[in-house]
Write a protein that binds this ligand. Structure first.
Ligand SMILES: Nc1nc2c(c(=O)[nH]1)N[C@H]1C(S)=C(S)[C@@H](COP(=O)(O)O)O[C@H]1N2
Ligand SMILES: [Mo]
Length: 265
C-alpha cells in the first residue's frame, strides 16, 4: 500500500498504543475529504475506529486494514449517493480555460509519445468481443462533445472541451457485461485506475479522442482518455491502452496510495 497508509514506526520499533493513536489521527487526516475531515477529527477515537472496522489496531498492519475499510465504506456511501441520471454542469465554449493545465504523476517533458498508426486499444475481462480497436475504427464511430469542468484534488479546476464516443455505447457494442461491478483502465505510462459501472454508463462519460476540436494532444492523453465530469481528475485515465470489465476490485495508481476510490466530484 501507500506512503500515507503504511506509516512506519521510527527505526522499525513496534508501536505502542499512543503511537498508534497518533498514526491513526495522521492517516485519517489524509484519507478524509476536507468537508469530512473536521467531523472525523472531532468524532473518531481510536476505540471508535476499532469498533467501526472490527480491526484491533494493535500494529501497523491492522491500522492499515482499518483505514482501508473506512475508505471502502466511504466508496459504498458515495456509490449509493451517485445519481446515474444527474448531469454535471456544462459550459459555453467561451468559458474554456486557456491554456488548459497539464497534470500527471511526472513532468510535462516526460509525456509519453504514442504512435497512432500502430496503436491498438485492447479489451479484456467480461467483454464478449475482445477484438482490439484501431484509432481509425474508433474515429468512425458516432462522436459527441461536451464542455465540462475538470477538478483535480491538488486544488485546481479548469473548463475544457472533450469529444469522442459515449462510453456506454462503446461498452454495449463490445458486449461488455453491464452487470459487472468495475471497469478498469491500463495506461501507456503505467498509470491505472478503475471506476464503478454506473459511472461507466453515465451519459456524460466519454471515450475522448479530441480536445477542443483537435486530435487529443499527447499531454492530454493521446490517443485517448476517459473523460468523466462526475469524477475527480485522477479517475480520468489518459493514454488508455487496455480496458477491462471485472468484478474484482482493481484499485488505481493514486487510489492504492490512499486517495478515495470512488473519487466523485
Ligand atoms: N495516464 C495518466 N492518466 C492520468 C494521470 C497520469 O499521471 N497518467 N494523472 C491524472 C490526474 S491527477 C489529473 S488531474 C488528470 C490531468 O489531465 P490533464 O493533463 O488533461 O489536465 O489526468 C489524470 N489521468
Ligand atoms: Mo489530479
Amino acid at each position: 500500500m501507500s506512503k500515507i497508509l503504511k506509516p512506519r514506526g521510527r527505526d522499525g520499533i513496534v508501536l505502542g498504543e499512543s503511537d498508534a493513536a497518533q498514526l491513526v489521527r495522521d492517516a485519517v487526516r489524509q484519507v478524509a475529504e476536507p468537508s469530512r475531515r473536521a467531523f472525523l477529527q472531532r468524532s473518531l477515537t481510536l476505540g471508535g475506529l476499532a469498533l467501526l472496522t472490527g480491526c484491533s489496531l494493535s500494529d501497523n498492519e491492522s491500522v492499515d486494514m482499518a483505514l482501508m475499510k473506512m475508505s471502502r465504506f466511504n466508496d459504498k456511501a458515495q456509490g449509493w449517493l451517485f445519481d446515474p441520471n444527474k448531469l454535471a454542469p456544462t459550459y459555453p465554449d467561451s468559458m474554456i480555460t486557456r491554456p488548459f493545465p497539464f497534470n500527471a504523476y511526472y513532468g510535462e517533458d516526460e509525456v509519453r509519445q504514442i504512435d497512432g498508426d500502430t496503436y491498438r486499444l485492447e479489451l479484456a475481462g467480461l467483454v464478449s468481443d475482445k477484438r482490439p480497436w484501431t484509432l481509425s475504427r474508433l474515429r468512425a464511430l458516432p462522436q459527441t462533445d461536451q464542455v465540462t469542468r475538470h477538478i483535480c484534488v491538488e486544488g485546481w479546476s479548469a473548463i475544457g472541451k472533450w469529444g469522442g464516443v459515449r462510453f456506454s455505447d462503446f461498452l454495449r457494442m463490445n458486449g461488455a457485461d453491464l452487470t459487472a461491478k468495475y471497469v478498469g483502465f491500463k495506461c501507456a505510462d503505467d498509470y491505472y485506475t478503475s471506476i464503478d459501472m454506473p459511472t461507466a454508463l453515465h451519459p456524460q462519460t466519454l471515450l475522448a479522442l479530441t480536445y477542443d476540436g483537435q486530435i487529443l494532444p499527447a499531454r492530454y492523453g493521446f490517443p485517448m482518455k476517459l473523460r468523466m465530469p462526475t469524477k475527480l481528475g485522477y479517475k480520468n485515465p489518459k493514454h488508455i491502452q487496455a480496458i477491462y470489465v471485472t468484478n474484482t476490485y482493481p484499485g488505481g495508481y493514486w487510489e492504492d496510495q490512499g486517495y478515495n476510490w470512488f473519487g466523485g466530484s
